[in-house]
Design a protein around this ligand. Structure first.
Ligand code: HEC
Length: 174
């Protein structure tokens, strides 16, 4: 009798364990689903901010083309500088969703370094710096002094774009 009840108890345990296992794998599936959803949100965020950067890059090219190759008009270059200043305001919001280089595989070709989120205030400060420097460039175009325009363009490139990329943009992902 005693051994039978031990057997039953063991069976009961096995059943209980089976149920517990089943419940665990449900929890696991749910967890994986959530991880996949997180990845999808990160993917969308990375894509969105890369598009924003491309747009900022395109406007910068419009200005460089005018200054270096006399393509387009001063008015177009001025408008591009003003546009960069406006786009710079969207940088912080576009980077709110975290995705670090250590998760590159999960989020495509992300180049945002973990430092963005570890040093968020500095990152936001860099975005503000670009906003101000591109606005100063637009004003220089308005003033029409070519030396002032060149200086403002160099300042924006080096201390606006370059400074942020140096601290917060990781290596190119092939
Ligand atoms: C506040 C920080 C910051 C500033 C300011 C900034 N960038 Fe970026 N930029 C980044 C980061 C971070 C990435 C990488 C984004 C990613 O891969 O998710 C990036 C990526 C880019 C890319 C690559 C986009 C792609 O994936 O194809 C270009 C082009 C670019 N930036 C141009 C510029 C130019 C031009 C300026 C200045 C007019 C500028 N950026 C200013 C942070 C900045």
């Amino acid at each position: 009798m005693k051994s039978k009840s031990v057997f039953l108890a063991a069976g009961g345990l096995a059943v209980a364990a089976g149920i517990a296992l089943g419940a665990n794998s449900l929890v696991l599936a749910d967890e994986m689903h959530r991880v996949q959803l997180a990845d999808a949100a990160q993917m969308a965020a990375v894509k969105e901010r890369q598009e924003l950067m491309k747009s900022i890059g395109g406007n910068t090219k419009t200005i460089a083309d005018f200054l270096k190759e006399s393509k387009g008009t001063a008015g177009e270059a001025q408008a591009a500088a003003a546009k960069i200043s406006e786009l710079a305001k969207s940088i912080p919001a576009a980077f709110v969703t975290e995705a670090s280089l250590s998760e590159m595989d999960a989020v495509g070709k992300n180049r945002g370094k973990p430092e963005i989120w570890l040093s968020w205030d500095n990152f936001v400060g860099r975005a503000k710096s670009l906003e101000d420097k591109s606005a100063a460039l637009a004003s220089a175009f308005q003033g029409g002094d070519s030396n002032a325009i060149q200086t403002a363009f160099g300042d924006m490139g080096k201390n606006g774009c370059g400074a942020c990329h140096e601290d917060f943009r990781g290596p190119k992902v092939e």
